[in-house]
Design a protein around this ligand. Structure first.
Ligand code: FAD
Length: 281
């Protein structure tokens, strides 16, 4: 690969500034550094995680056709999708909250080991936000908790709605800042493995439906739950696509790479669009 080529234009390299254990299974990395300057708003990030043990991380370069030229394995960074939990421009800090899911993931492992000074590449942010409606329905498992927490913080003080979040047990509950009119319900898996319960579907489908007004829904959960809830909200509750954001955040038994190859969804489109918009700006 030509060492003279610049780094891919859509990529920032940030450092871990500090870490926080939010719960036994959720770890926050606060990222920052000079390259955070000018970062745009948006709910989702692509993280480029350097493989463990490299003397220095290698990043994608800017190809002549505008596309990234990736380092070959074993130096190639691993790409994973995460949520912007908070972006504090004044302090130059970006918060990303990781589930330490214990299933051997690259990103979960990186988060568990991270120490100040570690580097991570960032693509985006990009992706769709929840539109404002008369009632906001949020449903997610623990991987969706950071995105739901960020939405709850952003909703206007008079917003109304309900948020259902599935976590392993009470030790994983976080007291989320939210409008007084938004009900927060934690659902405990109580020993069941992640991605194996119907807790979210049961909670959402048994919720008394708001009779009037525009309902906007955000679902961020394991693929099977996300699919069932999409079908319910679209076909039974007739939510139009503009009021519905349903994303399978992970799939049981598959790495993100395998899930992405097996399913057709817009996660990469979000990332490349954000990078292209940023370059054009
Ligand atoms: C738009 C978007 C935003 C997201 N935001 C966040 C976020 O803010 N915080 C967050 O923690 N996750 C978030 N996720 C989910 C995250 O991208 C996946 O969980 C991802 O697979 C984790 O990568 P990994 O390298 O740890 O595991 P992978 O290498 O991808 O997978 C390894 C194994 O772990 C399993 N696995 C992956 N995730 C989980 C999980 N959550 N619980 C149990 N088993 C799992 C897989 O099924 C696989 O068997 C988001 C996903 C999307 C699409």
């Amino acid at each position: 690969m030509d060492g003279q080529l610049p780094r891919y234009h859509g990529l920032r390299v940030l450092q871990v500034l500090r870490t926080h254990a939010l719960t036994p299974r959720m770890r926050r990395l606060v990222l920052g550094g000079p390259e955070i300057e000018g970062i745009k708003d948006g709910p989702n990030l692509k993280l480029l995680i350097p493989p463990e043990g490299l003397p220095a991380p290698k990043w994608p370069l800017q190809g002549a056709d505008g596309r990234p030229l990736w380092p070959e394995a074993p130096e190639r960074p691993i790409v994973r999708t995460y949520s912007v939990r908070r972006l504090d421009r004044a302090k130059g800090e970006l918060f990303v909250d990781f589930v330490l899911h214990g299933a051997g993931g690259v990103a979960a492992g990186f988060a568990a080991r991270a120490v100040p000074g570690d580097m991570v590449g960032i693509g985006g942010p990009g992706g769709r936000d929840l539109p404002l409606g008369d009632f906001h329905l949020l449903a997610g498992d623990q991987s969706g908790l950071p995105s739901i927490a960020a939405i709850l913080e952003r909703l206007p003080a008079n917003a109304v709605g309900a948020a259902f979040i599935e976590v392993p047990d009470a030790a994983e509950e976080l007291d989320l800042v939210r409008p007084a009119g938004v009900r927060l319900v934690y659902l405990h898996r109580a020993g069941a493995a992640a991605g194996t319960t119907t807790l979210l579907q049961d909670a959402v489908t048994s919720m008394p439906w708001p009779i009037t007004g525009r309902v906007c829904a955000w679902v961020a959960a394991e693929s099977a739950s996300a699919r069932l809830l999409r079908t319910y909200l679209r076909d039974t509750r007739h939510l139009p696509p503009r009021d519905l954001v349903v994303v399978g955040y992970w799939k049981r038994g598959m790495s993100e790479n395998a899930y992405q190859q097996a399913h057709d969804h817009d996660r990469d489109a979000d990332y490349h669009r954000a990078a292209a918009e940023e370059h054009a700006a």
